[in-house]
Design a protein around this ligand. Structure first.
Ligand code: PLP
Length: 361
């Protein structure tokens, strides 16, 4: 007889990581192609020498540096083991009954429904608009007396689309103050939006205690392998999050690397400009080949290929480029270095591919 486990486990979808193959070009996980900066590598080596000691559980030095860089009180910041862990923690602090609902757009980040189910709560998935953007009217309408959390991924993974500040503000004004709104800004460094409509969750959250912002060192800061993200929000929410935080889950190595990377912020963020230029180049080439490509504010592009998505990802892998298919919705392609993007474009824009996978074909 096997041990008795939760009866609902088989109903919880598994997180599916992007594919990996050392011989292929990997444009499947939204990683950056650069390795850590020399200063980060030095900090990692120095921290590794203290691996016999537990790390600082609150990541104090890093949390205080983040708070300073955002001009918020340190009591408004909590560092976590990647922002994925913080997504789980947020559902844990808000939900304790199967009737508790967590609303989200769909497609959006696959962690949200998984974290909701693991906490024993109920995900409520609201379809994106035909333009692959959050349908804020429908999301507002989906909020009930049972709603405890709303996840808003801005810009959205996997569609790359973004909401502007005006739209977000109107949405936040419509959500009851008792409902926690999570603004997941994993890709905020890639936003290129006019400053008068720039959707900065930290600013929006200053006057709204029900807003919690998630950011990460995994994307523009290039530390996906070390697992550091953070939440910014009302001290009452931050203190609740620290109650459910798994002790010592952010390693000393991770804290040191994130701190060094934060100090080199200008250098790292300058790199996002070349990525944004590549994003424009890739999107233009795909549009010219006949694909529908929503405008991207992230380090990836989305092709809404519907039923053809899985076959497309397989064909791309056969051509040596790993991309990510999402059911019968679409495929997501990370923007990499120019030569990696060229390899994908060679596959995508080849007449045979375009004929099979675009409506032009
Ligand atoms: C990549 C990503 C994250 C970051 O997760 P980490 O756990 O910090 O690596 C968070 N949210 C979204 C939407 C993402 O795409």
């Amino acid at each position: 007889m096997t041990p008795r486990l939760r009866s609902d486990l088989s109903a919880i979808p598994a997180y599916v990581p992007g594919r990996n193959d050392p011989d292929a070009i990997k444009l499947a996980s939204n990683e950056v192609t650069f390795g850590p900066l020399p200063a980060a590598l030095e900090a990692i080596a120095a921290a590794a020498a203290l691996a016999n000691r537990y790390p600082d559980n609150r990541s104090s030095e890093l949390a205080d540096a983040i708070a300073k860089s955002l001009r918020v009180d340190p009591g408004r910041v909590l560092v976590g083991c990647g922002s994925v862990a913080l997504c789980h923690d947020i559902v844990q602090i808000a939900c304790d009954a199967p009737s508790d609902e967590v609303a989200m757009a769909w497609r959006s980040f696959e962690t949200y429904p998984i974290a909701t189910r693991i906490a024993g709560a109920t995900p409520v998935q609201v379809p994106l608009t035909a333009d692959h953007v959050h349908d804020l009217a429908a999301l507002t309408a989906a909020i009930t007396d049972n709603t405890r959390v709303v996840f808003v991924c801005n810009p959205n993974n996997p569609t790359g689309t973004a909401l502007g500040r005006g739209a977000l503000e109107r949405f936040l004004d419509a959500v009851p103050a008792s409902v926690l709104v999570v603004l997941d800004e994993a890709y905020s460094e890639y936003l290129r939006v006019a400053s008068d409509d720039f959707p900065d969750g930290v600013e929006l959250g200053r006057t709204r205690p029900n807003v919690v912002v998630l950011r990460t060192f995994s994307k523009a800061y290039g530390l996906a392998g070390l697992r550091v993200g953070y939440a910014v929000g009302d001290p009452s929410v931050i203190s609740a999050l620290s109650q459910v935080h798994v002790p010592f889950s952010v390693s000393r190595v991770a804290q040191a690397a994130a701190l060094a990377s934060l100090r080199a912020r200008d250098e790292l963020l300058a790199r996002t400009d070349s990525l944004v230029a590549e994003r424009g180049r890739v999107r233009s080439a795909l549009l010219a080949a006949g694909y529908a490509v929503p405008p991207s504010q992230t380090n990836f592009v989305w092709l809404p290929l519907g039923e053809r998505s899985a076959a497309y990802a397989t064909a791309s892998a056969d051509a040596g480029v790993l991309i990510r298919a999402y059911g019968a919705d679409g495929v997501r392609i990370t923007i990499g270095e120019p030569r990696e993007n060229d390899a994908f474009l060679a596959f995508a824009t080849a007449p045979a591919t375009a004929a099979a996978f675009t409506d032009r074909g």
